[in-house]
Design a protein around this ligand. Structure first.
Ligand SMILES: [Zn+2]
Length: 666
């Protein structure tokens, strides 16, 4: 009997196993349609991607087979709604490969990337589809809403920019280039992660904690070793060396640009951005660089004075000069002396839960957003927390999740990601977004920089959550790279507003942060900005210079960096924020010829904030906040960025507020 029973159980189990349905191929009856993360196996991705590609191909075939003349309704709408399975898979997949990477997932990714790249090319080079889109674009658009016109323009531009008008031979070459870029950029990203994990293994702390360690480590020789290891990532002649790979990627990007009629990759990439062309970006960055280096030299002199005193006290040998590994450490000493601000005093008030309370409270005051913790819903990692986000009238805005702790399986840095985009489905139902904020906070108590990071990423989240668009191509954060950072940086302006600090910055005893400490934080805001701006601006220029090359023939990565360093007057005590071999943004994350976007968007964000600052009600002018929400946060990419900006500010943006905020002018 027992034997038979065992057999029966086994058969049942096998049947169940055979009948297991790929979760991506089912409707999700989870709360709010959150992906059923716990049910997804690594082996589900490839079959789901293949099914998703087949689904989208069939949907596109149906569009092009339609004998009726093209209309927005019979062409663009079904195109926008196509590929839902693929969106479900990629929303989950791209998130976990960045946050919970395993060897198994890495192998899946290696298989997935060429599939996705080929599929995307098949759409880009679909002449029948293009003909319908082009007929609409060149036809009478007067019956379309502004959002529909923008969606149409995006599709038309995208075809043109991918080379639909080129002869087949050149299209074939572009396909090969796209596939090679996809594979090589992925490899670069993986190498950076491996190098960062080597760093962690060697020193016992992650690269995310590098600034903190450089600030607090007294042992100068140890700091030198940290610096050397940090700045030589991807550059050590081991299996993770990125030098040749990045040159290959640059050549592929330059070749693609050339085929498409642009002199270099930067010109191609910038043609559909706010900035428009490399010359505009170059002169923008040059102006900032000069002011930043001048400021950094003053900061250096302050630090050297502290060091000279230590020499006189016999703590350091005669002739000691500030080196790159001394900057953080001596900057902190100057900060303590000049501003009497010590992060060990502020940290107790910035426990992570208090800071989360701060970002939520601020969003509630400004935009009427309510956050409610959800328990028992699917999560991709036990560290993840989920919130239901609702508007003032109780309607659902979306789902927001936080993933703040570092893991060896997680990429460094901080970012926002959409697991699901906002759009209206075929039944006219408003599908609300699912958004994640990912950070790498090594401690439960945050530094001042980390508090800002939390506000920054939540600014992106608000842009994603408050969107009121109809089409996924333009909803939420689907705007140009040099516009998107405006909203994250804009939200940072509230992090240290005294009225908000009084509500959220409390220590373990529940005592609010003392007023004198708040004053010190605010006074110290401009501190070390010469350094911060210099390393950021230098990295932005390095990005531009790489992508302005027509070829890397005969170029050596180190020699090239050294040459740029000389040309821009970067002082030897400061290193690029990211050196080329670990510059994830530009070689693996879609910020190629786009890193300037942070500074560019900061002009917009600081200028917009200056309008709040000038209001009698200050940063909590709620009428102005409503205008900001309606003009920007609800509109996504449904209008040209500059048009939106002018309708908010009533004028063009002015960089004076940004330079003032960074202490680069009076
Ligand atoms: Zn950002």
């Amino acid at each position: 009997m027992k034997k038979i029973l065992t057999f029966a159980v086994l058969v049942l189990a096998m049947t169940a196993c055979n009948k297991r349905v790929n979760p991506f191929l089912t409707e999700w009856d989870t709360p709010y349609g959150i992906p059923p993360f716990e049910q997804i196996l690594p082996s589900d991705y490839i079959p789901a991607i293949r099914a998703g590609i087949a689904q989208q191909n069939a949907e596109i075939d149906a569009i092009t087979a339609n004998p009726d003349a093209p209309t927005f309704e019979n062409t663009i709408v079904p195109l926008e709604l196509s590929g839902r399975i693929l969106s479900k898979v990629t929303g989950v997949f791209y998130n976990v490969t960045e946050t919970d990477r395993t060897d198994e997932l890495a192998a899946v990714e290696e298989e997935a990337i060429p599939l996705m790249s080929e599929h995307s090319d098949n759409i880009s080079f679909n002449k029948a589809l293009y003909n319908r889109v082009a007929a609409l674009y060149h036809g009478d658009q007067s019956g379309l809403t502004r959002e529909q016109q923008m969606v149409l323009k995006r599709h038309f531009d995208s075809f043109e920019r991918e080379g639909i008008g080129l002869p087949e031979e050149q299209q074939a070459r572009l396909r090969q280039i796209n596939a090679d870029i996809a594979t090589k950029t992925q490899k670069i990203g993986n190498n950076i992660l491996a190098e960062s994990n080597d760093f962690l293994e060697k020193f016992g702390f992650s690269v995310a904690a590098y600034p903190d360690k450089m600030t607090t480590t007294e042992d100068r020789e140890l700091r030198r070793q940290y610096n050397e290891a940090y700045t030589s990532r991807g550059h050590r002649g081991n299996d993770n060396d990125n030098r040749q790979l990045l040159l290959d990627v640059l050549d592929l990007r330059a070749e693609k640009a050339r085929i498409l009629g642009y002199p270099n990759a930067a010109a191609y990439i910038l043609a559909n951005k706010m900035a428009g062309d490399p010359q505009t970006v170059d002169s923008f960055l040059d102006g900032i660089m000069k002011a930043a280096v001048a400021q950094a030299k003053e900061e250096l002199a302050d630090m050297q004075a502290v060091m000279d005193r230590e020499v006189r006290e016999g703590k350091l040998p005669a002739g000691s000069r500030i080196e790159p590994w001394d900057w953080w450490y001596y900057a902190e000493k100057v900060r303590k002396e000049k501003y009497d601000l010590d992060e060990s005093q502020t940290k107790p008030y910035f426990q992570i839960d208090s800071v989360i309370n701060g970002i939520f409270t601020n969003a509630k005051i400004l935009y009427g957003v309510n956050m409610e913790r959800l328990e028992g819903v699917p999560v991709y990692n036990p560290e993840v927390r989920t919130y239901k986000v609702t508007a003032e009238d109780g309607s659902l805005l979306g789902i927001f999740t936080t993933d703040y702790k570092p893991r060896a399986s997680k990429r460094g840095g901080a970012w926002m990601n959409n697991i699901r985009e906002q759009y209206y489905d075929a039944d006219g139902k408003d599908v609300r977004p699912i958004i994640v904020n990912v950070c790498n906070f090594s401690d439960d108590y945050l530094t001042i920089d980390e508090v800002e990071t939390t506000f920054h990423e939540f600014g992106h989240a608000l842009h994603g959550l408050l969107t009121k668009c109809h089409y996924p191509t333009v909803s939420g954060t689907n705007v140009t790279r040099d516009f998107v950072e405006m909203f994250s940086q804009f939200n940072e302006n509230w992090a240290f507003q005294p009225a908000l600090l009084a509500r959220y910055a409390k220590n373990a005893q529940g005592e609010p942060i003392p007023e004198e400490l708040v004053t010190k934080i605010l006074n110290a805001k401009k501190f070390n900005q010469g350094f911060m701006t210099t390393e950021l601006c230098a990295a932005s220029i390095l990005d531009m210079r790489w992508h302005e090359l027509a070829t890397t023939k005969g170029v050596d990565v180190d020699a090239f960096e050294a040459q740029v360093t000389r040309e821009i007057g970067l002082i030897p005590e400061i290193t690029y924020r990211y050196r080329s071999t670990y510059f994830n943004h530009i070689f693996s994350s879609g910020y190629a010829a786009g890193y300037y976007g942070y500074l560019w968007a900061e002009v917009l964000d600081k200028d917009a904030f200056s309008i709040f600052a000038a209001s009698p009600d200050g940063p909590y002018d709620l009428a102005l906040a409503r205008k900001f929400k309606q003009t920007f946060l609800e509109r996504g990419g449904s209008e040209e960025p500059m048009t939106l900006y002018r309708s908010f500010a009533g004028r063009d943006p002015d960089s004076a507020a940004m330079l003032r905020a960074r202490g680069l002018t009076d």
